[in-house]
Design a protein around this ligand. Structure first.
Ligand code: SF4
Length: 428
């Protein structure tokens, strides 16, 4: 790579800098963190814009922050730390805007029990995050004899009144995005991918797969203008799915639904019936070590409540956690697009107990994979949330100094051994 700072090949003879392109490692690390965070903010802002909402402050910051990553524009470490935290603040605005766009379009989610598996008959499975795509597909499939299934991050759609009113939205199929190849191969109907995360499709189902919106895959038909007639025709021409029920999942614990339980929750905490809250979730992936999150959830004692969100939920949502005085022990707050709900719940609990978020009996155990996870992490840092356990490994774009800054100021820790981490958190 040519370095515009010292006008030679970065890292070559005479390059005195440690990092890429003449920048020192820490500036490079903060620029990368900012760039990844901005990609996450862009995802939220894009979805909100599709639903008719935008925010001038978020847009202006996107321009400023992207500009600040240009070579030679900015070499002030402290200002970069400020920009990175500001990205977290802007992401909070973007998430709030998306939450408002979702709830004003599709209604306030409420808890839902969702059938897992398949029903006999033609079907379309929808993956990704775009609820508007799902809504349009549901309208267009109505009365056509085609069942529609959610996959991966579409599961929380079942909580929204304007989506679950469609009787042919029959359930959830499969698990998280990294299992698409196996799961889509076994799904005989049509497949619609609305956003990331997409696995490069196998030939065995490529001709049954479609993308739309920002999603795309080589050799896969892309749908324009939300006209899903080709997807519907494909579903009707393929062999029908077989009846294969696989139990149920729960979702729909949007912050408004959880706050309706706030009185009961506070009472249960005061009575010693709820000892601790854990947020366990985030972006999932195929990297070894992610079974940490399953093990952690399995070991959480019965007097604790687990909040989850994003596709990391599939690491734990297959089990029955029961309830504490009618409060479900597992609360799925939604997609990674709904992490605003988890933030609102934490802030409301702090309010109810008259303390700060860091003083709550609440621990965050977060899996990260892609850029929305980076944006959410920056939001938590902007809110001053400490003691986050992050895994299955810490981001490689954090330089030793930037990591030190996060550890010293926010007490961020890498995930380790599930049993030991849990014992350390609970002080047992
Ligand atoms: S939660 Fe993250 S990893 Fe999972 S599908 Fe959404 S963006 Fe991808």
């Amino acid at each position: 790579m040519f370095c515009y700072q010292c006008e030679q090949t970065a890292g070559g003879t005479g390059c005195t800098k440690v990092g890429v392109c003449g920048k020192d490692q820490d500036i490079q690390s903060l620029q990368d963190t900012l760039t990844f965070g901005l990609k996450g903010v862009a995802a939220y802002a894009y979805h909100a814009r599709e639903l008719g909402q935008k925010d001038e402050q978020v847009d202006a910051f996107m321009h400023e922050a992207m500009f600040a990553t240009l070579t030679n524009v900015e070499f002030d470490l402290e200002r970069y730390v400020g920009l990175v935290l500001k990205a977290g603040e802007m992401n909070l605005r973007a998430m709030e805007m998306l939450d408002s766009a979702h709830t004003s379009t599709f209604g306030n989610p409420s808890p839902a029990t969702v059938a897992r598996g398949t029903k006999a008959g033609p079907g379309i499975v929808v993956t990704g995050h775009d609820l508007l795509d799902l809504y349009e597909l549901l309208k267009q499939t109505e009365g056509k004899g085609v069942n529609v299934y959610t996959h991966g991050e579409m599961l929380p759609a079942h909580g929204y009144p304007e989506l679950r009113k469609f009787k042919h939205l029959v359930g959830n199929y499969g698990t998280a995005w990294q299992n698409q190849k196996k799961e889509f191969e076994q799904f005989s109907g049509a497949i619609l991918a609305t956003t990331n995360c997409i696995m490069i499709p196998k030939d065995s189902y490529k001709d049954r797969m479609f993308t739309c919106g920002v999603a795309g895959a080589a050799g896969v038909k892309h749908i324009e203008g939300r006209d899903f007639s080709e997807v519907i025709d494909k579903a009707l021409s393929e062999p029908p799915l077989v009846e294969n029920p696989q139990g149920t999942l729960s979702t729909g614990f949007h912050y408004k639904a959880v706050l309706a339980l706030a009185g009961k929750i506070v009472e249960a905490v005061k009575a010693g019936k709820i000892r601790h809250f854990f947020f366990i979730g985030g972006c999932d992936g195929a990297k070894p070590g992610r079974n940490y999150f399953t093990e952690f959830a399995e070991k959480v004692p019965d007097d604790c409540v687990i909040l989850t969100a994003a596709c990391g939920k599939y690491r734990l949502n297959g089990a029955d956690y029961g309830d504490i005085d009618g409060i479900p022990r597992l609360l799925d707050t939604g997609q990674c697009n709904d992490c605003y709900s988890a933030v609102k719940i934490a802030l409301a609990l702090a309010d109810a107990f008259g303390c700060g978020v860091n003083d709550l009996p609440l621990s965050l155990v977060v899996s990260w994979y892609e850029q929305k996870a980076v944006a959410i992490l920056l939001t938590l840092l902007h809110l001053g949330v400490k003691n986050i356990r992050l895994g299955p490994s810490l981001p490689a774009f954090l330089s030793p100094n930037v990591l030190r800054l996060l550890v010293e100021n926010y007490d961020i820790k890498p995930t380790g051994n599930a049993e030991q981490d849990l014992a350390e958190i609970l002080g047992s």
